[in-house]
Write a protein that binds this ligand. Structure first.
Ligand code: UD1
Length: 417
């Protein structure tokens, strides 16, 4: 079992290019199933979740490889319609394969994406929308069987919550459907816009991507294309947190400041200077951080739930108190007990965590239990005096590409064992 040994309190400096977005890559890889010809995806991060997506494509009969840093996918030979339980459980993002597979094969057999690391993760919104588009769906012995013998048809879908995954699945099901689909209360995350940009390059007709109402006119076919995945705003927020807790000045390249519009003000409230220009961010932390007062996670363009743990690590060493309200997932404070092992002062009541900033943290053995929590623990370990040992880094590696190398290139002391 791999782990990180972190010697904290090292000042960081230098510049890094922010990796490609995991949450863009997964739906775009699923979308390749709808295309003819060879897709070339640039800036696709090397992550275990991306690897899992490539394995699903290969299992279904597609050709998928990584060459010279680009991911090549050709799905003309796709023949299967079943995604085995082991694949579905491996990666929660696997549910976005449903809409594309059903559209392509008119039949899809999957199981629940499983687990409850952040609390229950129902897929009722996905299934309700697909039913409205003509799919027949039944569930038996843990297998969800979806079929649309006569093909999917456009529909008006109103989401009761702007679910990211459901919005992606509906778009994937709609681009080749018969007629027009309108999604109201659609998720507006930049990763949805990236998926739509990719599909539009393939020939899809999509209006309103990144807005609350998305209209999709079904087309007859899509052709593969070359596409560059957007940079990962959560990785950027994590790197900013790393610089903040170590009193550092760093430069982040290739990142859209618009995608960080709700995150940057939190760092500014903490006393950090953030200068954005031409896709580059200069980030400078103060000697002593001030605690941001209130952070509420919300759907985009609100503060992202995925940045909650790294920013909480920052707040734990800031002067003053921060109240975190987690509005997206029920159980997203698993990192709190481990942060407290490092000396943080945090109390949790349901969806609210109150962080009282302490003067300093000290190294300790800590264990990650999920992806973004792992990032938060790593940030706290960078802030801590002495040595920390972080286990459970397999979670971190689901979303962060060679992150110890990125941090070491900036001057951190992190060794992977
Ligand atoms: C995606 C991201 C994840 C991020 C999350 C919220 C990917 C691969 N993952 O996850 O990193 O944390 O968005 O920004 O892109 N819900 C339902 N019924 C449904 C679907 C969702 O009740 O059918 C609820 C969920 O339980 C959760 C909330 O809606 O409480 C948000 O979920 P959703 O936006 O769907 O997140 P994911 O797509 O799973």
């Amino acid at each position: 079992m791999s782990r990180y040994i972190i010697n904290g309190r090292k000042r960081l400096s230098g510049e890094v290019e922010v990796q490609g977005s995991k949450n863009s890559s997964l739906p775009i890889l699923a979308a390749t199933m709808l295309t003819k010809g060879e897709n070339v995806l640039f800036h696709c991060p090397v992550l275990s979740d991306v690897d899992a997506a490539l394995r699903i494509l290969r299992y279904l009969g597609c050709e998928a490889s990584v060459q010279n840093g680009a991911v090549l996918v050709r799905t003309d030979s796709l023949s299967g319609c079943e995604i085995p339980d082991a694949f579905m459980r491996e990666m929660r993002g696997s549910i976005v394969f449903l809409g594309a597979l059903l559209s392509r094969q008119r039949r899809a057999l999957i199981s629940h994406p499983g687990g409850c690391e952040l609390g229950p993760r129902p897929i009722d919104l996905h299934l309700k929308a697909l039913r409205a588009m003509g799919a027949e769906i039944s569930e038996r012995y843990g297998v969800i069987e979806c079929s649309a013998e006569n093909g999917l048809r456009g529909a008006d879908v109103a989401l009761s919550f702007p679910s990211v995954g459901a919005t992606e699945n509906i778009i994937l099901a709609a681009v080749l459907a018969d007629g027009t689909t309108t999604i109201t209360n659609a998720a507006r995350e930049p990763e949805i816009t990236d998926l739509c940009d990719y599909l539009t390059s393939c020939g899809a007709e999509i209006y309103g991507a990144g807005e609350g109402c998305v209209v999709i006119n079904g087309v007859k076919s899509l052709s593969a294309c070359s596409h560059t995945i957007i940079s990962d705003r959560i990785v950027a927020a994590t790197l900013m947190s790393a610089a903040a807790v170590t009193g550092s000045e760093i430069y982040l390249g290739g990142i859209s400041s618009t995608h960080l519009a709700s995150i940057i003000p939190v760092f500014e409230e903490a006393g950090c200077e953030v200068f954005c220009r031409d896709g580059c961010i200069r980030f400078k932390a103060p000697e002593r951080l001030r605690a941001p007062s209130l952070i509420r996670t919300m759907p985009y363009p609100g503060f992202p739930t995925d940045a909650q743990a790294p920013v909480m690590a920052m707040s734990s060493v800031a002067g003053g108190s921060t109240v975190f309200v987690e509005n997206i997932f029920e159980n997203r404070f698993k990192h709190v007990s481990e942060l407290c092992r490092l000396g943080a002062d945090i109390s949790v009541e349901g969806r609210v965590a109150v962080v009282k900033g302490v003067k300093g943290l000290y190294g300790a053995p800590i264990k990650a239990q999920e992806l973004r929590g792992a990032a938060g623990l790593l940030i706290a370990a960078l802030a801590a005096e002495g040595k920390s040992e972080l286990t459970g880094i397999n979670y971190l590696e689901r979303g962060y590409e060679s992150f110890e190398q990125t941090l070491c290139s900036l001057g951190a002391d992190v060794v992977k064992i």
